[in-house]
Structure formats: C-alpha cells, structure tokens
Design a binder for this molecule. Sequence first.
Ligand code: ATP
Ligand code: ZN
Ligand code: MG
Length: 503
Amino acid sequence: MENELSAELTFSGPLPRAPAVEELLRPLAAEALKKSLGTRGRGELAAWAVTGDRLSLTLAADGGRPHQALLSIARQLGESLGRTSKIGVRTLRGTRYRVRFEVPTPPTRPITLPIPHTLSFEGGSAVLELTDLSEEALRDNWVDRVVQLVLEKAKRQAYAGKEQYWSLLTPARPREHAGRSDPTEEMLKRQWVRSGPTKGKWFLGPTVAHLYRTMERIARTEVLEPLGFIEVVQPHHDSFDILLKTGHLEGLPGEFYYAAEPRSRDPADWERFTDLVKITRAVPSEELAKLVGPPSAVLCYAQCPTIYWWLSGRTIPTDRLPLKVFDRTAVSNRYESGGRHGLERVDEFHRIEPVYLGTPEQLAALREELLARYARVFDEILELEWRTAWVTPFYMQQAGGVGVEDATAHVKGTIDYEAYLPYRGTREASEWLEFQNLSIVGDKYTKAFTIRAQKGELWSGCSGIGLERWLTTFLAQKGFEPKEWPEGFRNAAGTMPRDVDFL
Ligand code: ATP
Ligand code: ZN
Ligand code: MG
C-alpha cells in the first residue's frame, strides 16, 4: 500500500496474552481506519506484536494517511485496557512512517529536510520515510506538512529565476525630465542628508524632512482621507506569533531585524558590563551577548500583519464594511544587505500602509478608486513618468484563481507602480524603480487571523506607499530646482525651511 506507519506503544504494565490483545485490536483498527480514511481510501492492520509492556503495530493505507487512525486506536486501547486490566498507554512513538505521493514537478536537485528521513523519487512520485516521530509530531500532522514542504521545494526549483510574473498594465506617458543625476548623490553633495549611523539608515536634514512630510501629506489628503481611510497607531515590534500566521517568518527570515530583551534590568547583573565600558571605552560584545536573551520579536517589516492581529477574532458589522484604515507610525525595517542603494533601497524606511477589508465586490470597487486617486497624484501633482504592472508570485499563479492572460479581469493579486529614473539610463534598457504597490490577497489573512464579516465572505488587501521611493522618484525626475517643480507640488510644499549651511 502507498502509506505505511509503524508505531510502538508502551503501557504502564504487562499486556494481556496475545489472543486477548488481538481480539481487542483487530476490530478497533478496522473501525478507526474506516472512520479516518472515509470514502477516500482503505487501510489495514498489517502487522502487530506484543513483548511485555510493549505493543508494536503497523498500519497500511491507500488513499489517505493512517496516523489519525493510530491515535484513535491508542486512545481506545488505553480506555479498554484500563477497564479490564488496569493498565494505560504511557508513550506512543511512530518508529517509521513511509508515504508515497505524486510530484507534478520532479526536482532537478537534491531536497533537504531538517528532520530524520529518507526521500527518493521515481517517475512522477516520491517516497518519503520519516523515523522516530513523537506523539505530538503525529498529532500535529508533521507528515502532511513535510509532504507539502517537499512539493513546495520541488516547485520552487522548477520556477527558479521566474519567481515573479510581470505584465504591463498601464504604460507610462513619456515626459521631459529636468533631473539627470542620482538624487542621493545630489542630496549628499548638498549636505541635506547624512548616511548612517548604522547600516542602511539615513538622517534627513530639514529640507529633505520637509519634502518627505509633504509627500506624506499628499498621500493622506489626496488619496486616503477622500476615500474614507482612518488612521490607527500600531507598535513597532512584530511578534513571532503574528509572523507565523502571515507566513512571513518562513518566507523572509533573512530580511528581518530581530529585537532582543535584556535578561535582567538589575544594575547589579550589569556591573561587569558597565565596569568594562568604563575601563575600555569599547563595547564588551561577549559580555553583552550573555546579558541579552535570544530575539523575541522583529522590528516592523510591514504594517499589515499587526493590523490583522488587531482585528483577529473580531466580527465586523456589515455597515462598517469596507473597513479602511492606515498606519503611518511604524517604521519599516529590512535587512537589504547587498541590495542597498542610497535612499532608494534602505534598511529603515517610512511607509504609509492602507489596509482594507470587505466583500470581494467592495474591494474590487475600492481598488478602482485607489487606482484613480493615485493616478491623479502622480499625473497632476507630482507629474511623474510612471507605469503599473501586474506582478504575481508564482505560487499564486499556480493557485488557479489568478489568470495570467487576462490579468485586468482578476481581482486577487498585486499591482506594482514603477517609475523611470533618468540617471539610470534609457527608458528601455534601465531598471525602473518600484515606488509603491497595491494588493488584494483574498481571504488568506482574514482566515489566518479569524476575522469575520457579519455576513458573507471577507477579503482583504493592502497598499505600500513607500515615502523614500516617492521622494527619490520625484527628485530623480524633477531635479533639485524648486522653480522647475510642478506647481501642484510647489503649492503642497509651501515655504521650504532654511537648511543648515555647514562651514
Ligand atoms: P522591492 O521589490 O523593491 O524590494 P518589495 O516588494 O520588497 O520591494 P513591499 O514589501 O511590497 O516591497 O513594500 C511596498 C513598498 O515599500 C515598495 O513599493 C516600496 O515603496 C517600499 N520599499 C520596500 N523596500 C524598501 C526599501 N528597502 N527601501 C525603501 N523603500 C522600500
Ligand atoms: Zn501589507
Ligand atoms: Mg524587497
């Protein structure tokens, strides 16, 4: 049979003689297998043996996996033997679990797994064998999760290099650009910004702070407030629990900044540390590592996960839908490593993140309104050369719901906004900058966080308004002479502050 689970049960005392156990075990196993496999498949008790206080047994099944049946057999056996022989199940362990499953995209390279196993592929199917599974591992369906992981890894190999699908939605309207230079270089030359004091962080002086705040105000007053978005204020730390639910923890562990707590706040515990600082005038890193615990959270990566947490377990009344909120307080932190470039790709940046929840129809309509409002800002206030593209990660394309040919007709997915940066070269050959995006994710997060509508289906989505990207895009295209800036932006910016003329 395709799936086979061998297990060992230890009892609190010697088991009755074999015929008595068999009499008990056979009907229990038949019943449990039938119940857990249903009409999907069939199973059997393939082998069993008793030695002292130990029972080993093997369940085999087609069309389903037999670990739920094993758990049920163990429970009922314990109950029954408790009554007749005053013994119960002490431990339950899966000694060997062999499963066979179809792999639509066979891997081209070896697949690694972090728990004891063997894995082989033949034709279109895989044979996976796990050894030494605890009761919790059986109860928690590890085997199903490992099968999913193997399928995902195989698919990832097949799609390597084409992770994101890109197709133009609205083309750019070409414009004349006053800007020619790399805006970060120019800002540095003018001493408007300073790089540091830690990796990928920037200090914005008065002029750039004013421009950045102007961008933020435009987004709020021209897009969010007219559409009825209301502000929330959220914490800067994201909990591991939240990131487990959104999938970020498995998706992006290498992009987080991790936050750790001191093991104690008692000055006495820190005495050696402070003494070393006083003597050496340097950071005693080894001592510090002992005094600080392992990471217990991450610095905000994106705002929407914690907004979903805020709504978790809640039911939203019909007359409050679509619910439209935004956060502009939490600062985004990402370890960009080699990708860092000026203010365009930094490790700490400021985003306004609108998040919306509603019926699929409400969100489809809201997206049109957002698209129109954004377009007005980029065309009439900032006068940018920009385009939009439909980008969808490969796993969503595969999910069946998202069409690739007729992207505009579909609601679920992500739209990227991209801008031409003249300093990077020609429109055709240079890489454009993604300066914001807009997504509708279906019920992925409302399900994960158990957020319900009073009636009917509840979908959600979010949009990432990257203010450093708005700013660098604007300066790259419009240059640094306020008199050459579009009138709409000049009006919004008002009087520029006096910067500091360093000597
Ligand atoms: P990219 O592909 O450029 O890394 P992303 O897909 O990681 O962007 P999202 O997580 O979708 O970005 O975040 C939405 C917005 O946040 C982006 O459109 C951009 O405006 C901004 N953003 C993302 N990463 C950075 C960064 N390192 N520096 C500045 N802004 C950023
Ligand atoms: Zn989001
Ligand atoms: Mg990124």
